[in-house]
Design a protein around this ligand. Structure first.
Ligand code: BG6
Length: 606
């Protein structure tokens, strides 16, 4: 997906626009561009590469303006080239437009425009918007009418911002499925893909809904319904985050900062208001079939929750990757659709949610971003309170969601009388001890993990093995390694190894095994079989385990011994190791940690 930022004010806004689009870079950073209006003339600058590099290379800040829009792109249609970079301008140079989403009917629109003599300079879907605006303006001589005519013609998903030399003090914007919100400042108004576009300048946001458009000028704004063209009264959403928490705070990378924030975010998750959780537990209890969804990391959060609900509450809730939901799930009004989403804007999860709602299902979610589309669409939402997660790679948000889901499973078990209040309180105490234990590991073990990761940073293929609830931990840890270090890592259930994958074990395939505490007897012994199978073929095994016994080189090539913890929280500790191992491998390989190639923080397109 992409980032949109726009501002119109009393004074020069170039610097604010730069900050806004830089704060949105985690949404996509293949290329970026800016459109400014000066003395009623449109100025366009755009190029491939990141925001800082672009602004420096083109000395963009030399151009003063009181109105502008900017865009940072994650390529969907068309390669990463200067021509495919937003903003796009009309042929007559009077309109500049930026867009996040996919115009699904752009091909016939483009063909018709070409027939009418319009020349295209890009492979993108977005460019049709600029030419349609010029075409319709010629008929109506009215920007708003041209804007509406264009919006009513296009299909698909969009967040659009537009400026025109015909109305040099107004920004037009519109939303359908892709996120877009306004920032309401004194004598300055902003538009952005999310709060980060203007969080440094105002905490008053107006979140646009699908089918709404807005017209901003420095001292006023109006939101209208696209169909009725009637003005819509919208509430002001107060942003709770402060801009400092969105900064790196002295860490070399957001990823490390957010890993180190986990003790705090787990505490936040454990301090969530009880009644909100109880209402969701009631939904699980009332529903005949419940589904757990997410995609990418949040799919592994859902998979982790499947094991926890099964083990604690004796309930089997299938976990499904959001993109597979419609092909797989049988949904009706007795169903519960529960999803995890950091951004609350992921297209695949949002689409699955809308499908579930269409079928009459109850819906709930655990989400990190307040005011996000998923948070506002579900019947019940848990705002997990992890604070802004800027790194494209999810760490603290995912771990906090796992804690929230563990508490939900404990509450459901208690409600069903599968566990006593005493056991519930013991589990809660174990969770409450987790922040300190993780803090200890971060303080005392990260150096060792760093050295280990550096030593083996040349490994090109990893198998990540886990049994039971450690299987999603293995999957998520392997995903970290792929995402941030670009190293192949395959997460796998430990028992699966002997059914084929064992054939791969040789000098250039190493294994990491997430070993449960010995008191988790069945899982521990089953996991040790996997270790033995690999060692019997002289395969390299890094054992991450809890056994006090000293170095056991018969068993492990390398090992990392963790402090003793109850079986309930052991998998969560293991995940922190998986996060750190991937992070330090990536720093050894000099990767772009917070903005890995080809990725985006939340993919809001199909
Ligand atoms: C991917 C992100 O694009 O989307 C992952 O790179 C994330 O980090 C996944 O897990 C799902 O995003 P969200 O916001 O729905 O949790």
């Amino acid at each position: 997906m992409c980032g949109i930022s726009g501002a119109v004010g009393l004074k020069n806004i170039s610097e604010l626009l730069f900050e806004g689009i830089r704060n949105l870079e985690y949404r996509g950073y293949d290329s970026c561009g800016v459109a400014l209006i000066n003395k009623s003339r449109l100025l366009i600058k755009k190029d491939i590469g990141g925001v800082e590099e672009f602004y420096r290379k083109h000395n963009v800040l030399q151009h003063k303006s009181k109105i502008g829009i900017a865009h940072t792109r994650w390529a969907t249609h068309g390669k990463v080239t200067q021509e495919n970079t937003h903003p796009f301008t009309s042929r007559d140079g009077n309109f500049a437009v930026v867009h996040n989403g996919i115009i699904s009917n752009y091909r016939p629109l483009k063909a018709q425009l070409q027939k009418e003599g319009f020349k295209f300079s890009s492979e993108t879907d977005t460019e049709v918007l600029a030419h349609l605006l010029e075409k319709f303006y010629k008929r109506s001589r009215n920007v708003e009418k041209a804007f509406l005519k264009m919006l009513n013609l296009i299909e698909g998903t969009y967040a659009i911002a537009l400026i025109s030399s015909y109305l040099p003090e107004q920004i037009f914007c519109a939303k359908k499925e892709s996120p877009l919100m306004l920032g309401i400042g004194d004598e300055i108004k902003f538009v952005g893909s999310d709060f980060n576009a203007f969080i440094d300048h105002t905490k008053n946001a107006v979140i646009l809904d699908d089918g709404e458009y807005a017209i901003l000028s420095r001292d006023t704004y109006v939101v209208k319904d696209l169909l009725s063209k009637e003005e819509v009264t919208k509430p002001i959403t107060k942003i709770e985050w402060d801009s400092e928490t969105s900064k790196k705070g002295g860490y070399p990378h957001y990823m490390l900062k957010e890993i180190y924030e986990q003790p705090q975010t787990i505490s936040n998750a454990l301090d969530l208001e009880e009644s909100g959780l109880d209402e969701i537990v009631d939904l699980f209890a009332e529903s005949e079939n419940s589904y757990l969804l997410g995609v990418g990391t949040t799919f592994y959060v859902a998979k982790y929750a499947k094991y926890v609900f099964s083990k604690l509450a004796q309930e089997f809730f299938p976990s499904i990757s959001s993109d597979e939901f419609m092909a797989l799930a049988i949904v009706n009004k007795e169903s519960l659709f529960f999803c995890a989403s950091q951004s609350g804007e992921t297209f695949d999860t949002l689409s699955a949610l809308k499908h579930a709602k269409l079928k009459g299902a109850r819906t709930a979610a655990v989400v990190n971003v307040m005011g996000s589309s998923i948070a506002r669409l579900v019947d019940k939402v848990v705002l997990q309170g992890s604070g802004p997660e800027i790194c494209v790679i999810s760490t603290k948000a995912a771990l906090s969601q796992m804690v929230v889901l563990t508490v939900l499973a404990m509450k459901l078990a208690l409600k069903k009388k599968v566990i006593t209040r005493k056991i519930y309180n013991q589990h809660l105490q174990s969770l409450r001890e987790l922040p300190e234990i993780i803090q200890g590991i971060l303080n005392e073990r990260s150096g060792f993990i760093h050295r280990l990761a550096h030593k083996y940073s040349g490994t090109r293929n990893w198998l990540y093995l886990g049994r039971g609830v450690y299987y999603p931990i293995a999957l998520e840890s392997a995903l970290k390694m792929k995402e941030v270090a670009y190293v192949h890592a395959e997460g796998m259930p430990g028992g699966f190894l002997k059914h084929g994958t064992l054939a791969m074990i040789d000098d250039d395939v190493s294994s990491i095994v997430f070993v449960p505490p010995p008191e988790d007897k069945v899982l521990y012994e089953a996991t040790m079989h996997s270790v033995e199978e690999i060692r019997a073929r002289s395969g390299f095994v890094l054992g991450i385990h809890f056994t006090e016994q000293g170095k056991n080189s018969d068993l492990y090539s390398e090992e990392l011994i963790l402090p003793k913890v109850p079986p309930l929280t052991a998998p969560l500790i293991q995940l922190v190791i998986g996060q750190l191992f991937a992070y330090f491998t990536a720093t050894s390989l000099k990767r772009n940690i917070d903005k890995p190639r080809s990725l985006a923080k939340s993919v809001t397109v199909a």
